[in-house]
Design a protein around this ligand. Structure first.
Ligand code: ZN
Length: 202
């Protein structure tokens, strides 16, 4: 399948698996990182804890990297996330436990949340709902999806962060998922690959 192939082609397999595993260990301060010989085993255990970020996943519709503009205008642009198509209303799940450092609804990312987990930042775009400010506190709310949480709140892995929507600049319902490690963009496809390999190993 073309989309699957296109997503696969950027995997640099084992090396990346190991490097990301070690990066994750450092980023999340896994307690037993003193023995490098066990690093890979521990990274497998770590990746097994992560949550796939969307329910009812259908297809990867746009990979991380250069692409032609999907909304016209020609030219190529860098796509700093992974697009994951899912039916409108599907729940978006928190990839890793962490703190909500931003909720927003006024950019091309639409109704969105950013979670910080150690040195990782994960951003979820184009969700349903909106941001509500009350008593100086900022909440992401989606009443039809029973979603309400506050900027600054700690959320566990797998928590419902919202639902796939059409907010912001988007041509169809999907989750635009973005990852940063130490302030640098990371291809979310590599992370999902590491999670997949860890599940196969487990
Ligand atoms: Zn996207």
């Amino acid at each position: 399948m073309f989309l699957a192939w296109r997503w696969c082609r950027c995997w640099i397999r084992r090396g990346v698996f190991l490097v990301l595993g070690i990066a994750l260990i450092m980023g999340l301060r896994w307690p037993a990182l003193s023995k490098p010989a066990f690093a890979q085993v521990e990274s497998i255990a770590l990746w097994q804890q992560a949550s796939f970020p969307v329910e009812n996943f259908q297809a990867y519709t746009s990979a991380f990297g250069y692409r032609t503009s999907p909304t016209g205008g020609g030219g190529s642009q860098f796509h700093y996330g992974l697009d994951m198509a899912a039916p409108q209303g599907s729940y978006v799940r928190n990839w890793w436990s962490g703190k909500v450092i931003e909720v927003s609804d006024h950019t091309s990312c639409g109704t969105s949340a950013v979670i910080q987990s150690g040195q990782w930042e994960h951003r979820y775009c184009h969700m349903s709902g909106w941001v509500e400010v009350s008593n100086g506190r900022r909440y992401l709310v989606d009443p039809d999806g029973s979603i309400r949480y506050e900027q600054g709140q700690e959320l566990p892995t797998g928590e419902r962060l919202g639902r796939v929507g059409m907010t912001g600049r988007t041509t169809g319902p999907h989750l635009h998922w973005m990852l940063k490690f130490n302030g640098e963009w990371v291809d979310p496809g590599l992370v999902l690959r590491a999670m997949y390999e860890a599940q196969q190993a487990g």
